[in-house]
Design a protein around this ligand. Structure first.
Ligand code: GLC
Length: 492
């Protein structure tokens, strides 16, 4: 029987020997094995977004859905952030309450516990995390596991993300396949014996796999997926490992780095309503020129000179502290750097001061505005990502999609996506600098701006190559699917 999910739009044949899921016939005429996947995450576009994790949950879900699979989601019931939340139907699962609604790729479930989730912020307020986050997400994970076990048709795979939902697997039977994606393993949420007791989690002073919520998930996951191949290597000890290498090395056989994709429907200069002129590669020059004109007018920027853009959460990770070193270079080239973002209050203040010092060359917009971000991606001649570490990074892929070359620190997913002009001119889409530091960054930005001025034809080629860089989810979604279908559900 073909389940009536109304989902079969696109189809690629995915032959899986021995699968128990139903074989369905797609409208395009290929046989397709359907899976039922449950995403459990702290955030997901289009409902709640703080960081890239939210884009990944949605982008991957939509890509898997396009391949014919059903993807349900479980999210915390952020009462004040989910449109129409108060009117959603409710069900009780043991001691837990859920609300639910139909979503684009399947059902979206919300764990309803206002004492924990009826708050102004998602993770915290005014740049400070809530002190009870361990309890909020620990309880959410426990409840999500209860819901999964309560469902009439349990999912084939449960996909969890970062420490927030890493412990879901602890409460599931070992026969259920789980995939744990690591978006940012710097955050692990340490456990104490007391906290573990409250959350019903094991704790053993001699067992490091019980010492944080993330570590508990590492042990129980069937697969561990860092968000890029380079980040996987870094976590295993070849770079910034956030102290996890000793825990991850014994699990190496279960670790696969998979690069995130970009939702190319949501990020598309051909249809983006935030742009004054929509464009594709044949109208690249025209589209970008119009975007730059609009941005200059909107922000009152100088009417000429190169534009550099940076859109990122304001955290230490993203390397905003390297920006003051650029000021002499920006002045030399009469260039303007536009920085958009919010985050750490102290870092925001510093950027504000820098910006008011010389607003013609550095302009900081202390806000999180999707439409303005889109105009920056399109208007910029160069997009900056001086991240200290960057598990994957989505902004560079958006920049490429909008035809903007990227200048980035050679780390994590930036290594796997930004092709340096010196290394591979024929495929290059930007510049990489290393080691991390103000001087190497300054030198490379100077080089980029010099290239733009003195070799416009080479710069134009770089732009085109940036726009041609493949960034869609299709390849990565297939890599996830392969993992999800491998190993008939046995925990190690
Ligand atoms: C985190 C990481 C970022 C990654 C994103 C999505 O925000 O810092 O590098 O792209 O998650 O996986």
């Amino acid at each position: 029987m073909i389940p009536d999910w109304g989902l079969l739009r696109c189809c690629e044949p995915v032959p899986i020997p021995g699968r128990r899921a139903p074989l369905a016939y797609s409208p395009r005429g290929c046989y397709h094995t359907l899976m039922q996947i449950m995403e459990v995450a702290a955030e997901s576009v289009p409902l709640v977004k703080v960081g890239g994790l939210a884009d990944v949950v949605d982008g991957l879900s939509r890509a898997l859905h396009r391949m014919g699979h059903r993807v349900d989601r479980i999210l915390p019931g952020y009462v004040r952030h989910i449109p129409g939340y108060a009117d959603l139907p409710t069900i009780e699962v043991g001691e837990y309450t859920f609300r639910y609604m139909p979503g684009e790729t399947g059902t979206v479930w919300f764990f309803h516990e206002p004492a924990l989730f009826d708050r102004q912020g998602i993770y915290g307020e005014q740049g400070k995390g809530y002190p009870d986050n361990w309890l909020r997400f620990g309880r959410f994970s426990r409840a999500a596991a209860a819901l999964i076990l309560h469902l009439e048709t349990p999912p084939d795979v449960v996909h969890v993300h970062d420490w927030h939902t890493a412990t879901v697997g602890v409460f599931l039977p070992s026969t259920m396949r789980t995939v744990l994606t690591l978006h940012n393993a710097a955050y692990q949420e340490r456990l104490t014996p007391d906290r573990a007791a409250v959350l019903d989690l094991p704790y053993d002073p001699g067992d490091p796999y019980t010492h944080s919520m993330l570590a508990q998930g590492l042990r129980t996951a069937s697969w561990i997926v860092p968000v890029s191949p380079t980040y996987a290597r870094e976590l295993l000890g070849e770079g910034t490992d956030h102290g996890l290498a000793p825990l991850l090395r014994p699990l190496q056989a279960r670790i696969r780095g998979i690069l995130n994709g970009l939702d190319t429907e949501r990020w598309d200069p051909r249809s983006d309503p935030a742009l004054p002129v929509r464009y594709d590669i044949s109208r690249l020059e025209e589209g970008k020129r119009a975007a730059a004109r609009a941005l200059r007018q909107e922000l009152g920027l100088p009417s000429a000179g190169p534009l550099l853009g940076m859109v990122a959460r304001i955290t230490r990770q993203k390397g905003h502290d390297l920006l003051p070193a650029l000021l002499p270079i920006l002045r030399k080239h009469r260039a303007t750097l536009v920085i958009l973002g919010t985050g750490d209050a102290l870092l925001e203040d510093r950027l504000q001061r820098l910006s008011s010092l010389d607003p013609a060359h550095i302009r900081f917009i202390r806000a999180f505005r999707d439409d303005l971000a889109r105009r920056i991606y399109a208007a910029a001649d160069w997009f900056l990502m001086p991240s200290r570490y960057e598990p994957c990074g989505l902004a560079q892929m958006i920049a490429f999609r909008y035809g903007t070359p990227v200048i980035a620190h050679r780390t994590g997913g930036l290594v796997d996506t930004v092709v340096d002009l010196h290394a591979e001119p024929a495929r290059a889409n930007g510049f990489l600098f290393w080691p991390f530091g103000a001087e190497p960054f300054r030198v490379v930005v100077d080089e980029a701006l010099t290239l733009q001025k003195e070799h416009p034809e080479e710069y134009a080629r770089l732009r085109i190559q940036a726009m041609q860089t493949p960034v869609s989810w299709e390849v990565s979604a297939r890599a996830y699917l392969t993992l999800m279908q491998e190993r008939q559900g046995v925990h190690p």
